[in-house]
Design a protein around this ligand. Structure first.
Ligand SMILES: Cc1cc2nc3c(=O)[nH]c(=O)nc-3n(C[C@H](O)[C@H](O)[C@H](O)COP(=O)(O)OP(=O)(O)OC[C@H]3O[C@@H](n4cnc5c(N)ncnc54)[C@H](O)[C@@H]3O)c2cc1C
Length: 468
């Protein structure tokens, strides 16, 4: 017999928006991380009013609700670990209303982030947060994960560009936070609390984003180094020289080899470390900054420097950077992608520790990432079917988390906590810190129906990557 809450959803929303077929439910059972959990129903929503109705029914019947955008999460956030329903926003029509004179845009939650980039650029404006998944992830997911990307170095991440939200609470109330002004100090800053809350506090149904003028010109520079240590010095010397690049990305030797084997892209194959930078601003200023950076790189004995002269040549370099992830994914069947982040001065030490972890557990570990802001992506290439290897990988991941924390860093620079990192949260923020967050969650969601099983670990929960 059909559960009462499913019948209630069908009669409120209409049958076709409540999917219960096995094939539909399985399609919503996974994300970009590990683990598979099949929901009892998938509910497709397209308005705040519908979300409100769904939440009221869920709250009445005490049914778990897991919000979901495009399911690209790398930490388990959209997995329905306690069953119930997945609340799918991916079918919500995209809407981007640009108010150019106010430098803001109002967007609907299912809108792809790359569509926002494209739309606002037509007005000479820029929405800076640029996760690599921008073309396949929703702004709702980006807001819930506080996503960031290469431009985070100069411009910050999602939380720095959201000034207002419409949110449906776990009890089904439609509420607004913040507003449409850059300055707004009325009451507690609930907007910032919701951003990065990974769907455990409510459903984001609309967002007001802050935009900035699009820089008039950009200049890419690619530099190769014979050692990681020199690359580390190049990063800190550049950042203390008075120049702030918009992007400063790092690729290690193994990643360079993988990209070149996957699709030859002209990366310097003998380099131990490659830095790819982008400067942005006015053309005349860029030229001066470029000359200063070239002097720094010469002093640090860079083994190769490339300054592309056309937009196409620059695009090829950035395409090579984007190809790192798919290229390393061909090395072995399983890719465990981490985002441990350290203070920038600690990057060389973190790289040393990652080398030690690689040796200790005999694993295939490669590293790339956003060097300018200390957000490294150690990736372990392994085989999920090999239980013994996966046990070593689990231990290695734990060591990576601890190494980042020991160096004054964080478990996650951008992928979030979800199910994957919750057992380690206490190591970073302490018992009191976790308790404070639990109390906020309890007061927002007294029946614990909003994305339960995320952020907070169950007693005895540990990281499991193997198929046990
Ligand atoms: C190839 C690849 C590259 C990536 N690169 C980056 C990167 O550079 N930077 C980065 O930060 N991340 C990156 N990610 C991770 C991922 O893309 C981001 O976390 C993204 O923001 C998730 O968006 P989504 O629409 O897929 O959300 P989902 O994965 O569906 O959901 C993510 C979380 O948000 C919650 N959620 C979704 N919509 C809502 C809503 N409307 N209201 C409340 N909660 C909601 C979900 O419950 C879940 O907890 C990458 C992932 C992949 C696969």
């Amino acid at each position: 017999m059909e559960a009462k809450w499913i019948t209630a959803l069908k009669s409120t929303l209409g049958e076709k928006y409540v999917r219960t077929a096995v094939v539909d439910r399985h399609s919503y059972s996974y994300d970009g991380s590990f683990g598979e959990y099949v929901p009892e129903a998938v509910v497709q929503v397209a308005s705040a009013r519908q979300v409100s109705e769904v939440m009221k029914i869920a709250n009445h019947y005490r049914v778990p609700v897991t919000p979901r955008g495009q399911g690209t999460c790398l930490s388990g956030g959209p997995l329905p670990v306690y069953g119930g329903m997945v609340l799918d926003t991916s079918q919500w029509p995209a809407s981007i209303e640009v108010y150019a004179d106010d430098l803001i845009a109002e967007v609907s939650p299912g809108t792809l982030t790359s569509a926002i980039h494209q739309e606002v650029e037509a007005y000479g404006l820029m929405y800076p947060p640029d996760p690599s998944s921008a073309h396949v992830s929703t702004i709702g997911g980006n807001l819930a994960e506080n996503s960031g990307g290469p431009r985070g170095l100069k411009y910050g991440v999602t939380k720095d560009y959201v000034i207002g939200l419409e949110v449906v609470t776990p009890e089904g109330e439609i509420t607004r936070t913040g507003g449409r002004t850059i300055k707004n100090v009325t009451g507690l800053d609930i907007t910032k609390l919701i951003v990065g809350s990974e769907g455990v506090l409510g459903v984001i149904t609309s967002a007001t984003l802050k935009l900035i003028p699009k820089p008039k010109a950009v200049q890419t520079i690619m530099v190769a180094f014979a050692s990681m240590e020199t690359a580390g010095r190049a990063i800190s010397t550049t950042l203390t020289s008075g120049i702030l690049p918009s992007k400063m990305e790092f690729i290690d030797h193994a990643c360079v080899q993988a990209v070149e084997a996957y699709e030859p892209s002209g990366l310097p194959q003998d380099a131990e470390a490659v830095l790819i930078m982008e400067l942005d601003g006015h053309e005349e200023t860029l030229d001066k900054e470029l000359q200063e950076i070239l002097t720094i790189m010469k002093q640090l004995e860079a083994t190769a420097v490339q300054v592309p002269e056309t937009a196409e040549a620059a695009a090829r370099i950035w395409k090579a950077r984007k190809m790192v992830s798919p290229a390393i994914a061909t090395i072995k069947p399983t890719k465990v992608s981490e985002d441990a982040t350290v203070p920038r001065s600690q990057i060389p030490l973190m790289m040393k520790k990652l080398g030690e972890i690689r040796e200790k557990y005999e694993i295939n570990l490669v590293v790339f990432g956003h060097a300018g802001d200390g957000n490294l992506h150690p990736n372990i290439l392994c085989d999920e079917r090999d239980q013994a290897e996966m046990k070593r990988v689990e231990k290695a991941v734990e060591d990576i988390f601890q190494a980042a924390i020991d160096l004054g860093g964080t478990l996650s620079g951008e992928h979030g906590i979800g199910t994957m990192k919750s057992p380690f949260m206490e190591n970073e923020i302490g018992i009191a810190g976790v308790d404070l967050m639990k109390r906020i969650k309890q007061s927002w969601d007294p029946n614990n129906i909003m994305n339960p099983g995320k952020i907070f670990a169950e007693p005895g929960q540990r990281l499991v990557l193997s198929r046990e």
